[in-house]
Each structure stands twice: as structure tokens, then as C-alpha cells.
Design a protein around this ligand. Structure first.
Ligand code: ADP
Length: 541
């Protein structure tokens, strides 16, 4: 039709073209396994991405083929993030912390033809290799050529790169082609695959770069602690390059003191990771103070960031926390909590209340809460229902599974499985995941709220609340607590007394169990599935 706009395809190669044209001197830095820093410019990166395009062609990768990556956050992995989709293939980011059975399951289910394996992780991958049937070729990266492995049909990344030309024409032509495949980490069930398109990821990147969103600019230096196998590192590999921000990749150095050092030395302005990472770093900073106030946004999501920790970061460390909510099925960004102008005159404690919520939706995504009867609820701050979302970067089905009513509604919404209320000014407040709620005497108890309150106690480092079976009430909450270092003697009764003023009496956990460590999932969330099993087996103490 005359007068309409150009038919311009929103494809990932456009991002690296823009980055190279506008910001060729910006840096990409990686902390290598030996602790040294590898640095190169966007321009160097661009040439290597093109080379990798030729390498993929040599390997016989065809449009639509799935290419797996099994690695830490490093520059080679970032090259794959761009080259594989730009070659019209699909990058399938494999979680390095899955069990061998789960890893084999996702590789086979994804049907990966080629897999790039980080040489420092070979033993982990090799344990699963015997059960993997679809992979035709392996490429080893981040390790010297000739590194020995029991994997068949192996090539070495840098050998292939050295032999390839950097003269390459991007292969992707259509924004509706698939660009990425990521499986949920399986916190509440088997991993399920989500297939992203170029268009969905491009729009997600724009959404993430809005000023009201993460809003990275060329002034920023972003540290991606969130693994590149966890929900596409929350889109940060694409958002940074489109914004011209510098990106710092920690490789395997994820221990709290190493992260604190990296943040201080690299003058990081945005750092993204799950709450357990920032809990650990906070404890470490208390023992070994460092100036991390260079951070303007500590982005945290994946599970609820305790309010007390948001306050501690801000008050004690001068770090602004941006709490975000999303999931693999949402590319992953859904909401984030920044203060708005109508919060300007609030006292500090009320501002932290706002920041502890999951926040407002990123423009482009629609959100609603729905009760069990299917009625859409008001945004009144008290009505609680399941969160449902729709939008250009929300999944409409799982990969190679028929969409069912359990996850996708007949009228086109995705059911998140999260339960929440929404304040009149549009801030989402997650109560729980459906599967983690405690059902006591016909009433729901929010495990997240109890955890938040417990973690506000100065002697508590971590707290997870699980439902345990109860004859009279059907389920009762049980708190599993890790004490802070040097906490000394603390009793369960003392902790319950501390949180009691905040809750109705029947909400209070009947038991508090002290443990040395709370088991974590493959992406660092409290693993309540494991806690429930241990409790049932009487192994929790
Ligand atoms: P998995 O489903 O395997 O845990 P995801 O990382 O995609 O993998 O998890 C998404 C889920 O994580 C959300 O549905 C929600 O329950 C939880 N989540 C993510 N961010 C937050 C947050 N800020 N607060 C509370 N829960 C969150």
C-alpha cells in the first residue's frame, strides 16, 4: 500500500552493525579463567562475529539449525550470541548446572546439530554425552587447541576462526525466523523450551533500553553476572551493544569477593544477577569493605529480592537497587521497580517498600491478574490472582509442545504461574509462585512475604519457607534459615517473635529449622523442591 513505512526487518545482525558503526572503540572485557582480563573493541568483536559466520557455514550449519552453547559468560560466547542468529540459525544456550540427564534431555529435545563447549567445562558435558543422540559436531572454545576430550567429531574454536575470512554476508532475512532457544531452569518441573524470534528479541532489546526500563546508554559499563544460559542473560548481551555500553563478563569468577573486586576495579555502573548473588556479596562487603558505589543500578530478578537487602545496599553501600521480574517465557523482562515522580516526597522506608515490589510493566507488555474463577481483578493493591501477560516478546507456546490451557489461555494470554496483586499505580507485588504457596486451613500463606520478613532480621543470611503437610490444616509453613556469619546463639522463637507483628497469627511458621546452606537451583534460586523432599525424608534436621 502506498505511503506505508519500509519493510525493515528487526534482526540481530542489525544490532552488531549499529554497534560497530556507532561505537567501534567501546570495549568488551572478559575475566579469563587465569584471572587476567581479555579486552577488545566492538570493531574487533564485529570482525570476529563475521568470521564465526563463515565458520558456521564451514560446519554445515543451515538456517533453522539449533546450535548449542555450553559455557561461562565470556567474549567467545558473546560472539556466538550474534553470529549464530545472524547466520539464520538458532542459538540454544545450555545450562551448565543441569544434571547429566537433564542436559541430555534439553540437547536432544532441542535437536542441536553442533554444540560449542567451553574447554574448562568439558568434564561436565562429557558426563551427559553418552545420552546425546543428535549432535554431529563439537567445537571446543576457551581452551588451547588439542585439549583432550572424549567427545567425538571435535574442532577447536580458534583454529576454525584463524582459518576463516571475516568477509561475510549475514544470512538472516526475516524477522520472524527463530534466533534463540532457551529452556526454563525447571524450578518447578521439567525444563520447557522457549523459542525466540529475531523480532521478539529486537523489540525486547528496545524495551530494555527505554529510560524507564534498564535504560543502558553509552556511558554505562554493565557487568553480566546473570549467566548467558539463564534466560538469555536477561537480554543484556543485546541491550548493551545496541546502547553502546561497555560489557564486562566475569567468566567463572562468580564468588562474592571476586565480583566485588571486579565491580570496584572496572567501575561498573549496571550489574545484573539473582538475589542469592547479591546476598553473598553483601555479606562479603561487610567483612571486606570496598567501594561499589559506582553502581547506579544493581539489577536483580529471578526471585524476590528481600526488602531488607534493598535497604542495606542503598543505605550502607550507596547502591541503587532495581528489582525486576520476568521469566524465560517473557524473553525475560516483564516488570521493574523504579521510583516515579509521585514517590518523590515519600519517606525512605516507604520508598523501599515500592522498590521491593516487582514494579510496573515494560511498555509493550500487557499484564493482568485473574482469580481462580477466571475473573480479571482490579488493580487495588489487595486483590490477589494469577499474573497473565501478553505482548510481542511473550511465548505463545513451548517448543515442540502443544499449547495447553495450563499455560496459555484461550484468549491469548500466557499464564505465568505467579500469584500477585497490583497497586492502583500499577506496581506488581508477587505473593508467590502457585506451587510454593502454603495452603493452611483453606487460606493461602505467602512464602515470599515470610522469607522477606525473616531476612530482615540482622542475624539471618538466608531464609526459605516451604509448605509441609499437616493433618489438621492440610499444610503449614516451615522456615529453613541460614544464620549470618558471627550471628551467635539465635532461637527459632526469637525469629518468630521478630516477624510476628507483621502477620496474622496463623501465618507464622510452626517450625524454624537452622541449616548451614539452602540448596540452590541451577540458576541460584532457593530450591524449595529439594527442601520439601528433604523435609519429607526427615533429612532437614
Ligand atoms: P524457572 O521457571 O525454571 O525458575 P525462570 O528463571 O524463567 O526459570 O523463572 C521465572 C520465575 O522466577 C517467575 O515466574 C517468578 O516466579 C520468579 N521470579 C523472577 N523474578 C522475580 C522477582 N523479582 N520476584 C519474585 N519472583 C521472581
Amino acid at each position: 500500500m502506498h505511503g506505508l513505512m519500509m519493510d525493515y526487518q528487526l534482526t540481530i545482525d542489525r544490532i552488531v552493525e549499529h554497534a560497530n558503526r556507532m561505537h567501534p572503540h567501546k570495549q568488551i572485557s572478559t575475566k579469563l579463567p587465569d584471572g587476567s582480563m581479555h579486552r577488545y573493541s566492538y570493531a574487533d568483536f564485529y570482525r570476529r562475529v563475521k568470521r564465526l559466520g563463515n565458520v558456521l557455514e564451514t560446519l554445515g550449519v543451515q538456517p533453522g539449525d539449533r546450535v548449542g552453547t555450553f559455557g561461562w559468560n565470556n567474549y567467545q560466547h558473546l560472539e556466538m550470541y550474534y553470529a549464530i542468529p545472524s547466520a539464520a540459525a538458532v542459538i540454544h544456550t545450555l545450562n551448565i548446572r543441569l544434571s547429566p540427564e537433564q542436559l541430555a534431555y534439553v540437547v536432544n529435545h532441542g535437536g542441536d546439530k553442533v554444540v560449542f563447549v567451553d574447554g574448562t567445562l568439558l568434564p561436565l558435558y562429557e558426563r551427559a554425552a553418552g545420552q546425546i543422540t543428535c549432535v554431529e559436531r563439537y567445537v571446543i572454545f576457551n581452551a588451547p587447541s588439542g585439549t583432550s576430550t572424549s567427545l567425538p567429531n571435535v574442532s577447536y574454536y580458534e583454529d576454525l576462526m584463524a582459518a576463516a575470512s571475516d568477509d561475510y554476508t549475514w544470512k538472516v532475512t526475516d524477522e520472524r525466523q527463530a534466533m534463540g532457544l532457551c529452556y526454563t531452569s525447571g524450578t518447578t518441573g521439567n525444563p520447557k523450551g522457549v523459542l525466540y524470534s529475531h523480532r521478539s528479541m529486537f523489540l525486547h532489546t528496545l524495551g530494555e533500553n527505554l529510560a524507564t526500563s534498564l535504560g543502558a546508554t553509552e556511558r554505562d559499563r554493565l557487568l553480566a553476572v546473570v549467566p548467558m544460559f539463564h534466560a538469555m542473560a536477561w537480554g543484556t548481551p543485546y541491550a548493551t551493544l545496541l546502547a553502546g555500553a561497555e560489557i564486562v563478563l566475569p567468566g567463572p569468577h562468580l564468588q562474592p569477593p571476586k565480583l566485588a573486586e571486579l565491580i570496584a576495579e572496572e567501575r561498573i555502573t549496571i550489574a545484573a544477577g539473582v538475589p542469592t548473588i547479591w546476598m553473598g556479596m553483601y555479606q562479603d562487603l561487610k567483612a571486606n569493605p570496598r567501594d561499589v558505589s559506582c553502581i547506579r543500578a544493581l539489577v536483580v530478578g529471578g526471585s524476590a529480592m528481600p526488602r531488607a537487602l534493598i535497604e542495606a545496599y542503598e543505605k550502607e553501600l550507596g547502591v541503587n537497587v532495581v528489582h525486576a521480574w520476568g521469566m524465560t517465557e517473557m524473553s525475560p523482562l516483564g516488570t521493574l521497580s523504579k521510583l516515579q515522580s509521585h514517590h518523590d516526597n515519600l519517606p525512605d522506608h516507604e520508598r523501599w517498600d515500592v522498590k521491593a515490589r516487582q514494579g510496573y510493566v515494560v511498555p509493550g507488555v500487557e499484564m493482568r491478574i485473574v482469580n481462580d474463577a477466571g475473573r480479571v481483578l482490579d488493580w487495588d493493591g489487595s486483590s490477589v490472582g494469577e499474573v497473565q501477560v501478553r505482548g510481542p516478546w511473550i511465548a505463545k507456546a513451548y517448543y515442540r509442545l502443544e499449547p495447553t490451557e495450563e499455560h496459555f489461555t484461550a484468549d491469548g494470554w500466557f499464564r505465568t504461574g505467579d500469584v500477585a496483586s497490583i497497586t492502583p499505580d500499577g506496581y506488581l507485588q508477587i505473593t508467590d509462585r502457585t506451587k510454593d504457596l502454603v495452603k493452611s486451613g483453606g487460606e493461602w500463606i505467602s512464602s515470599v512475604e515470610l522469607e522477606n520478613a525473616l531476612m530482615a532480621h540482622p542475624k539471618v543470611a538466608e531464609a526459605a519457607v516451604i509448605a509441609v503437610p499437616d493433618e489438621r490444616w492440610s499444610e503449614r509453613p516451615c522456615a529453613v534459615v541460614v544464620l549470618a556469619p558471627n550471628a551467635g546463639e539465635v532461637t527459632g522463637a526469637e525469629l518468630i517473635e521478630f516477624i510476628a507483628p507483621k502477620f496474622a497469627k496463623f501465618w507464622l511458621p510452626d517450625t524454624v529449622i537452622f541449616v548451614d546452606e539452602i540448596p540452590k537451583t541451577s540458576v541460584g534460586k532457593f530450591d524449595k523442591k529439594v527442601l520439601r523432599v528433604r523435609h519429607a525424608e526427615g533429612a532437614l534436621g
